[in-house]
Design a protein around this ligand. Structure first.
Ligand SMILES: CCCCCCCC/C=C\C/C=C/C(=O)SCCNC(=O)CCNC(=O)[C@H](O)C(C)(C)COP(=O)(O)OP(=O)(O)OC[C@H]1O[C@@H](n2cnc3c(N)ncnc32)[C@H](O)[C@@H]1OP(=O)(O)O
Length: 288
């Protein structure tokens, strides 16, 4: 959907109002892939991922997400962030597989470093963060969701760290994010088997906090945010940082090693072959 079409959507207009559409327009001049609407009254920013067709995370999109997070973190009026998608079937399809298939090493390295930055920035955000998961959310999409403090997901979609199904390995910080939400045993089951869970299955293990219908997902996220923002920021932020810093420091200490492992692993012939098959199947499925 084009930006013009997006702005014309009656639901979006009613939800945001004229003033916000204006704000959204001015920020989209910086990136049309990440749409931001910061409500000056509440301090809540709705951030919509908008990279058609499926919000897959390539280097440029990740950089845009990172810049958006930086801007919101530097804006003192901003206290909460709701992460969602402009595509009402796919929240985020995870990493752009084309970044990992037959890659140039320099770009692959930059890609991974940028993903690490996004993870540290969102997982450790000073803001109260809520994922309004309005579509499928595999792998890197699930990672973004588990970076947030609370998850509300629309029924009848799927979510999970499915890397092993592609013949790749979820990095330790993907696993740490998941473990922080659902605990060791459920993470072990979900990650080793590369489980894609339905919204209901994800809700049963606590991977999502609320299951809702598509029409109300953003309103529910706004309502939930109100309760988070009733807590004094310093108390909430310090509590969050106490819980999340150990995992962030773990990645910081192993950043370069993690990049090296990623590049070595992805460029292996066997992994390239597995990715090639996976892409072929995706394309076949898309054509049907
Ligand atoms: C010793 C230590 C070593 C450590 C090594 C660490 C290595 C770890 C490396 C990486 C971790 C990886 C993380 C990831 O995120 S990998 C990506 C995983 N994502 C997926 O598997 C999702 C695949 N997509 C889907 O399942 C579906 O597309 C969907 C459910 C998201 C949406 O379905 P639908 O609406 O029906 O859309 P289509 O399937 O028709 O797709 C449309 C279009 O988009 C293309 N596409 C889909 N997903 C991706 C993607 N992730 N990247 C790039 N392109 C994607 C799809 O191919 C179609 O394209 P078209 O044929 O050209 O139209």
């Amino acid at each position: 959907m084009s930006l013009k079409q997006l702005f014309r959507q009656p639901m979006l207009r009613a939800m945001l109002g004229r003033q916000h559409i204006q704000a959204l327009r001015s920020m989209t001049t910086q990136s049309d892939k990440v749409l931001v609407d910061l409500d000056p009254k509440t301090g809540v920013a709705v951030v919509q991922m908008n990279r058609p067709p499926v919000n897959s995370l390539n280097l440029e999109f990740l950089s845009d997400i990172n810049n958006t997070l930086d801007k919101l973190h530097n804006d003192k009026s901003c206290r909460g962030l709701i992460l969602t998608s402009s595509n009402n079937k796919v929240f985020c399809a995870g990493l752009d597989i084309m970044e990992m298939y037959q890659p140039q090493t320099d770009r692959l390295t930059e890609f991974w470093k940028t993903l690490q930055n996004v993870w540290m920035n969102l997982y450790g955000s000073r803001l109260a963060t809520i994922a309004a998961i309005n579509g499928h959310s595999p792998a890197g999409g699930c990672l973004l969701a588990t970076c947030c403090d609370y998850r509300i997901m629309v029924q009848n979609f799927t979510i999970g760290l499915n890397e092993t199904q592609l013949g790749i390995i979820p990095p330790f910080w993907f696993v740490d994010s998941m473990e922080g939400v659902v605990g060791y045993r459920q993470t072990e089951l979900a990650c080793q088997k590369g489980l894609m869970m339905t919204t209901d299955q994800a809700s049963k293990i606590g991977l999502v906090d609320e299951v809702v219908t598509p029409e109300v997902v953003l309103q529910k996220a706004q309502n939930e945010m109100v309760s988070w923002l009733k807590i004094p920021d310093y108390a909430r932020q310090l509590t969050k940082s106490q819980m999340k810093m150990p995992n962030i420091n773990k990645l910081r200490a192993r950043r370069d090693e993690d990049v090296q492992h990623f590049v070595n692993f992805i460029t292996k012939d066997s992994v390239q072959q597995a990715l090639g098959f996976y892409i072929e199947n995706l394309k076949k499925k898309a054509k049907k």
